[in-house]
Design a binder for this molecule. Sequence first.
Ligand SMILES: O=C(CO)[C@H](O)[C@H](O)COP(=O)(O)O
Length: 236
Amino acid sequence: MSQQPDREATARHKQAAAEWAVEGFVQPGMVVGLGTGSTAAFAVQRLATLLAQGRLRDVVGVPTSRATEALARSLGVPVSTLEAHPVLDVTIDGADEVAPDLSLIKGGGGALLREKIVAQASERVVIVVDAGKLSPVLGTRWPVPVEVLSFGWRSQARFLEALGARVTVRADAQGEPFRTDQGNLVFDCAFGPIGAPAPLAVRLGARAGIVGHGLFLDLATDLVVAGPQGVEHRAR
Ligand SMILES: O=C(CO)[C@H](O)[C@H](O)COP(=O)(O)O
């Protein structure tokens, strides 16, 4: 079987989830966190369409990355900052892996730190995914991205290996070390299935030099997942 139809179906499901979330959760006058990645991009596009059609008004977006900011601006979605809007009504963002309790692995696009800051400032965090992102246990499908300061990065790699991770320094399309919007490195840390993500998150959060990690625990309030059977909404 060719891979192409699967990719097309996945893209359709991402789009369906994102559009459902925008239509279901964004109201006139809201401040909306704009996630990063291909699924979140569908949400930004839908927001732009509804604004252009006059079916939504007075909405302002707070982007989670430079890429999302550029996309929103190019589509005419008004953008602002977390400094100007420290409390957001809702954020719509994608994820790499979603466990049944709506804990997440995020950061496949490298925007994990800003995504978590924006999510923590949001009253509602709506995660939009295709059904292929669902997982019984975090770490089964995806490594945990960890954002690391360049200073002393080898020490952080050793620390992460001591925690049981197989560490890969993320590279960009040119084969150079990938840099986040903050200029930091990303280590993709394959722990395998993570039975107890909360203690791991505490260890990662306590380590100087680690500036962020992709374990998003107790943050998502809603999941919108689309697959061959249609769109499903789950609230935590
Ligand atoms: O966390 C993210 C970016 O840092 C993305 O939301 C995540 O990687 C999912 O991406 P996509 O929607 O392209 O599958």
